[in-house]
Write a protein that binds this ligand. Structure first.
Ligand code: IMP
Ligand code: MG
Length: 180
């Protein structure tokens, strides 16, 4: 296989930009949730890098758990949502910070917010690294947004195309010939 960074047409957000913005988000979360019983819930698998960097910057006694949900098959086309891992922690009466890599149509977060709502948390807030406003189909409140990005398919820093490119340290736009 060739070098994955050779498949990137352009770097949209550099490692340094990501690092700075994640620290800002963490500072906001830290002050908003100080004194709360916080459970951070990451959606697998795309939040891997973001979540690891974010929680290390939050100096609060939080708990960490994951929900597995997948909405994309092999490519860039959306399909039915499937839950692949259930929450393990009890979130009743706790504050939940739901973390996803990217808010696109809103279908994924809507389904997960509905699911969590049935577990009677004190509140659910959402945090996404990226948001593509132009693609929104459901009105999802994103309380913390790292970057608003244009309507382009991006990979890296946890985000994949057909399960590849998650290990790139930056966020980039794939060369269009790779998925057309
Ligand atoms: P939504 O349900 O349409 O909001 O899509 C959210 C999910 O789709 C994210 O958790 C990602 O896994 C995936 N997704 C949406 N846009 C992109 C992208 O540009 N690159 C990689 N994955 C994406
Ligand atoms: Mg995903």
């Amino acid at each position: 296989m060739s070098d994955p960074s050779a498949d990137i047409a352009k770097v949209l957000i550099s490692e340094e930009e990501i690092r700075r913005r994640v620290a800002e988000l963490a500072a906001q979360v830290q002050s908003d949730f100080a004194g709360r019983d916080l459970v951070v819930v990451g959606l697998l698998t795309g939040t891997l890098m973001f979540l690891a960097d974010l929680v290390r910057e939050i100096d609060l006694p939080l708990r960490l758990d994951f929900i597995g949900v997948s909405s994309y098959g092999d490519g860039t086309e959306s399909r039915e949502l499937v839950f692949t891992k259930e929450l393990k922690l009890d979130v009743a009466n706790r504050d939940v910070l739901l973390v996803d890599d990217i808010l696109d149509t809103g279908k994924t977060l809507r389904a997960v917010i509905n699911k969590l709502g049935g577990m009677t948390p004190r509140q659910v807030r959402t945090c996404v690294l990226l948001s593509k406003k132009a693609r929104r189909e459901y009105d999802i409140p994103a309380d913390y947004i790292g970057f608003e990005i244009p309507d382009e398919f991006v990979v890296g820093y946890g985000l994949d195309y057909a399960e590849k490119y998650r290990n790139l340290p930056h966020i980039g736009v794939l060369k269009p010939e790779l998925y057309s």
